[in-house]
Design a protein around this ligand. Structure first.
Ligand SMILES: [Zn+2]
Length: 323
């Protein structure tokens, strides 16, 4: 089925982008009109740069959510990957068509639902750009029963956002079949390797398994992390420790794929991080500030900051220049 949102508004060779993830072009240096590496905007990081937020949950309880989000989007100059429960798919698909520079629709499906494959096919036909946030799974993420969903995402060249690490407890006085141990960052490595056209995006950087998260990103060009959730508040007094975890900037220990990048590409290990808020509409700005504190503590170069706050996701999603 045609995908007018992608083809009309996001012109980074949408046909190919549906199969080959944008980071592949990026690594290979293939020209792409949305490439933030080497284009003028990337060369001159400024305060007007648009933020791309990987992690905004659609709030079913707020009947005015889209209207409220658009206000925040305008105020913060922010595009959101809107993580949308399957039941709300039509509303968000329509909103994304009306506001394509502000809303990128992502499908929030239950990996254990018996009809999950059909749901994913339908989301793709509706113009959805990826899946997320996967969470509350009954089995570890690398369980073969989930492979049919990953095969589809691989075929579509999608981004898939996975919750990783510690997870909240919803019920305190009833049994629940939920375990953080099924959502460890180590499982994303197998998904990234078996399904190389998926861009695997782990939420919360594996909290607290940051070291595993970082090392998996180092060897897998299709793995990235957001720092949403309790990580940045928890690390507030020791944010510079992230330099020990994302340690390989400007060293020979980058993966072979990273060495093949264009000469002007970013050698910082922190390039494997993207912006994600996961904090409700009122809380997005505070997470922007947390990211800035982290940038300062780790002394990140201006180009790397720009890529984290939006450049990398704009590249992956094929957002037009000046999106
Ligand atoms: Zn999460």
């Amino acid at each position: 089925m045609s995908n007018p949102l992608t083809r009309r508004n996001f012109l980074c060779n949408a046909g190919a982008a549906a199969v080959i993830p944008a980071w592949w072009d990026w690594l290979r240096g293939t020209p792409c009109n949305a490439s933030p590496l080497g284009d003028e905007a990337a060369a001159s990081p400024g305060t007007t740069d648009r933020i791309v937020d990987m992690h905004v949950h659609f709030d079913e309880k707020n009947p005015n959510f889209i209207r409220d989000f658009l206000k925040v989007s305008e105020r913060l100059n922010l595009t959101a990957c809107l993580l949308t429960p399957f039941a709300n798919r039509k509303l968000v698909a329509d909103a994304a068509k009306q506001h394509p520079t502000q809303i990128i629709p992502f499908g929030f499906v239950d990996l254990d639902a018996p009809d999950v494959v059909k749901q994913v096919e339908e989301l793709h036909a509706m113009g959805y750009r990826g899946l997320g946030e996967m969470e509350f799974v009954k089995r570890p993420y690398n369980d073969p029963s989930y492979f049919p969903v990953y095969e589809l995402a691989n075929r579509y060249g999608w981004i898939v956002l996975f919750h990783t690490g510690i997870v909240l407890r919803r019920k305190f006085d009833e049994p629940e079949d939920v375990a953080s141990g099924r959502m460890r960052p180590i499982y994303l490595e197998e998904i990234a390797r078996r399904f190389p056209k998926i861009t695997v995006l782990g939420a919360h950087c594996g909290n607290p398994e940051y070291e595993w998260a970082a090392e998996i990103a180092r060897w897998n060009p299709n793995v990235f992390w957001d720092l949403s959730g309790s990580t940045l508040p928890k690390m507030q007094g020791r944010l510079a420790d992230f330099q020990k975890i994302f340690w390989w900037s400007n060293t020979e220990w980058q993966s072979p794929e990273w060495k093949a990048k264009k000469p002007d590409s970013d050698p910082s290990a922190f390039i494997k991080i993207v912006f994600g808020s996961d904090n409700g509409l009122d809380g997005i700005e505070s997470v922007v500030n947390q990211y800035h504190a982290f940038f300062e503590a780790c002394g990140l170069p201006a180009h790397t900051r720009k890529m984290i706050m939006g450049g990398t996701l704009a590249q992956m999603l094929g957002l037009p220049d000046g999106h």
